[in-house]
Design a protein around this ligand. Structure first.
Ligand code: APR
Ligand code: ZN
Ligand code: ZN
Length: 368
């Protein structure tokens, strides 16, 4: 019986409990987790921003070791180290075939359902089913996931670092590398420098951006952003960030801007600080009812600005997870530096509470 952190209802702390886990069905694998990052989207489920069926085993940023194969699984074997993808990608549907695996038909439906590909969960407690967040459920010593949602990595990559790839790195780095059109020499602005935003910053540098302006309200986050490659820091709590970015770019605005929080105000700021002909990428997930005000004539048509949503860093996980692990091994991708604290599963509520504090990029649950 694995121990798992369960969200019972919106607004209540997670409860760490012994839960039942069924054996993997056809096309599924059991994974013993080595580590799970604590992401803002976990908090978003707890506070009701992100709708996810409850009660549920949360956690969607994990890596571990395959311990059991369901029938017909051929791409993995027992003992393989894997990163869990919270959008399982089939490689065969319309979206996968159009290089938009992040929108995979079977994977997206599963991720939203709180279950696996057949929309049912493998977790339960006392006979009552417990959903698993985003076809994952990584706040648990063990989980069962679709085999197409577990991507093999080299055995010598620390699972704490690998776990972060599963959400924050794929999303942030992918936003810069896959979703946006960053050109060498560009000026990029990133609003929100948490676990995801720091990866947008490293991705922008990877794409050859000359200047990366980090925007945050928290000075601690800005200092961390600098370590990840930000060249200019804008404190949004001290004056209008749009005016500050315009000032830094000779009043032209940035070539590409990213919003990595999920607030109406910062989405509009990101749009307004992009230059004519520039691009704004929305990475943060807003509350469902949020609408944004974009001047259609001036902003979109006459200034020819683009605005583009980004889901899971527009990642093809079967292609991008191996690329990211290679970059890490070559010293070109910072992962260990994202980890502010390694915590036990029992520390998960504290990690969620501390999310807003300046010193924390990512808390990572380490399983023994
Ligand atoms: N202006 C500037 N910065 C802000 C503002 C604001 N009005 N409000 C919050 N921030 C900063 C915080 O100080 C923090 O550094 O945004 C950052 C958010 O970081 P995290 O809480 O670590 O969130 P993260 O895990 O990076 O996720 C960000 O991406 O994947 C989505 O669901 C996720 O919507 C969330 C977003
Ligand atoms: Zn697909
Ligand atoms: Zn996440």
């Amino acid at each position: 019986m694995p121990r798992a952190a369960v969200a019972r209802e919106i607004g209540s702390p997670l409860e760490v409990l012994d839960v039942e886990l069924e054996a993997p069905k056809a096309g599924e694998v059991r994974v013993r987790l080595g580590a799970s990052g604590v992401c803002h989207s976990d908090l978003s489920v707890v506070n009701g921003t992100l709708l996810s069926p409850l009660p549920s085993v949360l956690g969607h940023e994990g890596a571990g070791v395959v311990t059991e194969l369901g029938e017909g699984v051929e791409n993995l074997k027992v003992g393989d180290h894997v990163v869990i993808s919270w959008v399982p990608q089939c490689g065969r549907c319309y979206f996968c075939e159009h290089d938009q695996g992040e929108l995979c038909e079977s994977g997206s439906a599963a991720a939203m359902s709180g279950g696996l590909l057949d929309m049912t969960t493998r977790f339960s407690i006392g006979g009552q089913p417990l959903y698993q967040m985003a076809a994952s459920g990584t706040f648990s010593e063990e989980t069962v996931v679709p085999a197409i949602g577990a991507v093999k990595i080299a055995d010598d990559i620390p699972l704490t670092a690998a776990a972060l790839i599963g959400c924050g790195v794929l999303t942030g780095f992918g936003a810069a590398v896959n979703t946006a059109d960053i050109r060498p020499g560009d000026t990029v602005a990133v609003i929100g420098c948490g676990g995801v935003g720091l990866n947008v910053i490293q991705g922008a540098r990877h794409m050859g951006a000359d200047r990366v302006v980090a925007v945050d309200m928290n000075d601690g986050k800005l200092q961390t952003a600098q370590k990840f490659g930000a060249t200019d820091l804008v404190d949004a709590s001290n004056g209008d960030p749009v005016a500050q970015v315009m000032e830094l770019s000779g009043q032209r605005g940035a070539d590409v801007t990213f919003e990595v929080i999920g607030l109406q105000q910062t989405i509009e700021q990101a749009f307004n600080m992009a230059r004519r002909g520039g691009q704004t990428i929305l990475v943060g997930v807003p509350k469902m009812e949020v609408m944004v005000n974009i001047p259609a004539a001036i902003g979109l048509v006459i200034m020819e600005k683009q605005i583009r949503g980004c889901w899971y860093g527009s990642s093809n996980v079967h292609r991008d997870i191996p690329t990211l692990t290679r970059l890490y091994q070559e010293g070109k991708l910072m992962l260990d530096e994202l980890i502010s604290a390694e915590i036990p599963l029992d520390g998960v509520n504290d990690a969620l509470d501390n999310m807003g504090s300046g010193s924390i990029a990512r808390s990572v649950i380490k399983y023994s």
